[in-house]
Design a protein around this ligand. Structure first.
Ligand code: SAM
Length: 162
């Protein structure tokens, strides 16, 4: 498989998991959290597929195309390790869907970051809310959900909160 094939499959898996997650939370009220704006690709997909949801976006900086930058009142700039725990007071138990696309080329650092964010993620999710993640997570309140057809195990991760 070429690097191009692999990039296409990764993006297809990401899109298919986001679409699956959006379908899983149709009966769960609440906002969406996007962790990792990057160039705004998945933010743009989420706002197109869930036009009635408020989407709050977290990143340490803005590097997206201008038409994919969220409004100021939906943007939390800074390190996830600070901005996410700080959001718990306001959003505890109310977030319908969290997309955590936080990985870098450093697999160990990405897993470490995911572990550090897990306690806040669990507190933020609404009952029945869904975490879509590029990193695996382990918590007794998060239940792994089947991936969409064609998405190989370990490529992306879907969890529902109890
Ligand atoms: N979802 C994006 C897209 O579709 O374009 C790509 C996100 S990219 C893989 C990861 C993003 O997470 C980067 O924009 C990076 O700045 C951000 N990030 C990584 N670690 C972070 C941290 N500790 N705090 C805040 N932002 C972080």
């Amino acid at each position: 498989m070429s690097r191009l094939d692999s990039a296409i499959r990764r993006l297809e898996a990401q899109r298919d998991c986001l679409d699956r997650a959006a379908g899983m939370v149709t009966d769960v009220p609440g906002p969406v959290f996007e962790l990792g704006l990057g160039n705004g690709r998945t933010y743009d997909h989420l706002r197109a597929s869930m036009p009635d949801r408020i989407i709050f976006v977290f990143d340490r900086h803005i590097a997206a195309h201008p038409d994919r930058i969220p409004p100021d009142d939906c943007l939390f700039l800074g390190d996830f390790r600070e901005t996410l725990p700080a959001a718990v007071d306001r959003f505890r138990g109310s977030v319908a869907l969290i997309h955590a696309d936080i990985g870098t080329g450093d697999a160990d650092a990405s897993r470490g970051l995911a572990r550090a964010l897990l306690p806040a993620l669990v507190l933020l999710l609404a009952k029945g809310g869904v975490l879509v993640s590029d990193q695996p997570q382990v918590d007794e309140r998060l239940h792994a959900e089947p991936l969409p057809p064609g998405v190989p195990a370990g490529r992306y991760f879907l969890y529902r909160s109890d």
